[in-house]
Ligand binder design. Sequence first.
Ligand code: MG
Length: 157
Amino acid sequence: MRIGTGYDIHRLVEGRPLILGGVKITYPKGLLGHSDADVLSHAIADSILGAAGLPDIGFYFPNTDPSIEGIDSQKILKRVVAEVEKKGFRLVNADSTLIAEEPHLGTYMPIIKKRLSKTLGLPENAIGIKATTNEGVGDLGQGMAIAAQAVCLLKKQ
Ligand code: MG
């Protein structure tokens, strides 16, 4: 068994869609980034790569590559799963926490879980997603950004 952790943060800005776990969230702001800036999917992707001892997503998807501008992060996750499978690993489960002052994500959780289940090839009961605020503290608490943490387990086949 191999364990991996991932962390990501993106700034919340006007004029961008908000995509979390591959799901578009209704909100007046969105996350800034070279890809679709899906902070949750990026944290999960890095946890999977880290568990296999592979380089982070910046290595596979550099933010200087114009050909992947606006890329759907579900594609990033699929590639990451394929990379660890090439190394003989199978993803067992993934757990994650979103840190967002706003919006309230409760009603989206089942939809996000369904989407990630499909992308990662995992049953829904092998995916954890929690959401918490930052209690008004700091830049996250002021709603300037959304962050995500993730942990996952890989099993060598
Ligand atoms: Mg990112």
